[in-house]
Design a protein around this ligand. Structure first.
Ligand code: AMP
Length: 316
């Protein structure tokens, strides 16, 4: 499959690389490492990395504007299991689509799809792709892959095996990466976020079944000066609380008129519940967008039932 995707890249002179909505460092890391490597390996090709931007991740390059006027264009989608979550307009106008992803399978929408759910991140899979096909990798490309892996494993808390550490060892050594600088990119935060984290700690409700959740209204986010995407990312800071096995944030997204749920677990499998509400993701890191608060609270109730069943099954 990796060779098939490589052959497609060789075949096309214009390539667009897209990823999921609700951008994060793994989406950008996989997107930009692939873009830069194609540009360096095949300087005559035009490569565009597209999608909505987020000022939070300005340590990655700027995304490209692509006018979608050419006819023979290859689209490569990274880090996205389903068509509806690809952050691109007019996806059906592309001549062919390839996919590189580490999410649980949802649907096929490309001619060639490389999916490996055991990988730590989409960035890891892009690295595998580049190496298998002897494509160019330099320090810049390696740093994007590094940040994608560090971020998606939440600093090696999840999906981390000896393979992950071996990859990191090789990246850091071979490309002489400045780990401290890259960590600063990923983890430096404004004081407003720390104060907001304090608000979440204070206001998280915890049920007797071990479900923790907090409602983040637009007013609260405005008060603390954080946007909906930073609010959602906060979820990763609430791991390893003794009394909590599943935790979720419900953030009000007034711009899109919906409620955004970010959900994490250290036991019960949550993506099946999120899928019931048109969401998805991984077994222990999942999300959904629902139109109303009522529906958000229904999802919360389902998660609580899931926690109860889990505790019963585990005899806890
Ligand atoms: P997040 O909490 O945004 O970091 O998302 C965690 C995981 O759930 C990621 O793999 C996302 O791709 C996935 N996810 C988040 N929101 C949705 C959604 N509305 N639909 C499907 N998958 C989602």
């Amino acid at each position: 499959m990796l060779e098939n995707i490589y052959n497609k890249i060789k075949e096309y002179s214009t390539i667009v690389i897209a990823r999921h909505i609700g951008v994060d460092p793994d989406a950008l890391g996989s997107q930009f490492s692939l873009k830069r490597s194609i540009e360096k390996t095949f300087p005559e090709k035009k490569v565009y990395a597209v999608g909505s931007k987020s000022s939070k991740y300005n340590y990655f390059p700027k995304l490209d504007k692509y006018d979608n006027k050419e006819e023979n264009v290859l689209l490569i989608v990274v880090d996205t299991p389903d068509k509806k979550r690809v952050d691109i307009a007019n996806i059906d106008t592309y001549k062919e689509i390839c996919k590189i992803d580490h999410h649980p399978f949802i649907e096929t929408f490309g001619e060639f799809e490389y999916i490996n759910t055991t990988a730590s991140s989409a960035s890891e899979l892009v690295l595998e792709f580049l190496e298998k096909n002897n494509m160019e990798i330099d320090q810049e490309i390696a740093s994007y892959i590094f940040m994608g892996i560090v971020s998606d494993t939440n600093r090696f808390l999840f999906n981390t095996t000896h393979v992950t550490f071996e990859i990191m060892h090789n990246l850091v050594e071979k490309y002489n990466l400045n780990v401290e600088e890259l960590y600063q990119n990923l983890f430096m935060r404004p004081l407003s976020e720390i104060r907001f984290q304090g608000y979440i700690s204070e206001n998280m409700k915890v049920t007797e079944n071990g479900l923790g959740y907090v409602i983040l209204t637009n007013d609260i986010m405005m008060k603390y000066g954080v946007d909906a995407s930073s609010a959602g990312n906060m979820i990763n800071n609430f791991n390893n609380i003794e009394e909590v096995i599943v935790w979720a944030t419900i953030s009000e997204d007034v711009k899109n008129n919906l409620m955004k749920l970010n959900i994490r677990s250290r036991g019960p499998i949550i993506n099946t519940v999120a899928e019931k509400y048109n969401g998805g993701g991984h077994k222990f890191a999942s999300g959904a967008r629902v139109p109303t608060m009522d529906e958000a609270l229904m999802l919360i109730e389902d998660l609580d039932v899931l926690c109860r069943e889990y505790l019963e099954k585990e005899g806890i």
